[in-house]
Design a protein around this ligand. Sequence first.
Ligand code: CA
Length: 329
Amino acid sequence: MLYFRAITLSLGLLLSQVLMAHPDIIAHRGASGYLPEHTLEAATLAFAQGADYIEQDLVLSQDLVPVVLHDIHLDTVTDVALKFPSRKREDGRFYAFDFTLAELKTLKVHERTDQKGYPVFPYRYQGKGGFTIATFEEQIELITQLNRQFGKSIGLFPEIKSPAWHKQEGADITTIVFNLLRKYQLDDASKKIYVQCFDFSEIKRMRKKLGAKVKLVQLIGENNPNEPTDYEYLQTPEGLKKVAKFAQGIGPGIGQLVNLKKRRVKKLAKNAKEAGLLIYPYTFRRDALPAGISEVELLDILFKRVKVGGVFSDFPDSVVEYLQSDTVY
Ligand code: CA
C-alpha cells in the first residue's frame, strides 16, 4: 500500500512537472541585450543567465563556412568599411559572402548600428571591445563544452538565413548547414535543437529532399516582394495545417499573435495550436517594449493567455526572473 502510494505520489509529481513545465527561453542572438549579438561572449552570457536555447543566425562566408551573423551584410555590426573599404558591392553594402573566413575573422564586431552608424539600441553595450565573428562550429563547441562542465543541456536554435539569396550566389547554405549538424549528430528530433527558416519552400525541402530529422520552426514574417513565402496564407488554418506537415512550430512576430493595443489574442494562436504547432514568438526586448505595455504585462499575455512554447528574448535574464517569480510555473 505504501509502495502504491509512493508510486501515485511520484506519478502525480511527474505529471504536475510536465503540466507546469516552464516554457522555453530562447536567447535571441545570445544575450544580445547586453553584449554584441551573436558573439561567443553573448552566447556565454545567455548560458550563464539560464536560457534554455541559444540562437544562431547563419550565413555563409566565401569559402562556404557557416558563420553566425543576422544579416547577409556586414556593415551594421562590424568595422568592415574601415578595414576593406574597396570591397563593397554596387549597392554600397558589404556582404559576408564576399569574404573568406580568415578575412571575416579580422573584423571587429560591435553593437548594432543603423546604416548611418547610430546605435539601434543606445543603452546597450557601448564599449569598443575585441569581439569577433563566430562560426557555427565554434558556437556548437562552446555550448557543448559548457553543458558538459555545468551538467546542463542548453539547446541550439539555428536559423538558415536567406537560402534563396545564397542559391542566387551559387551556394546551397541549407545542405552545408545540415552536413555540419550531422557531423555533430544534431540532425535528431530527440536532441535539444530546432532549425528555423523564413522560407517555407526551404523548410519543405529540408524535410522532403534533405531527409531532415531535426525539429523545424517555420518563421512568419510580413509579406514582401523580396521574400518567396506567402505569410498571409501560412497564417490561415489551411496554411498552418500545411506547415504542420513539415515543422513542429511557428515563429511569428509578437504583433502577429496579439493585438497589443486592444490586448486581444489573435486567431493565429488558436489555429496554430489546432494544427498541433508550438508557438515561439519574437522578440521580447525590455528596452523596446510595445507602446503602453509593461514587461510583466507582455509576458503575462504571452505565457498565460497565448500559452506560447517559448519566447525569443534579447534579455534572457528578464524572462528567467519572470518565470521564477510567477506562481503559474
Ligand atoms: Ca533569427
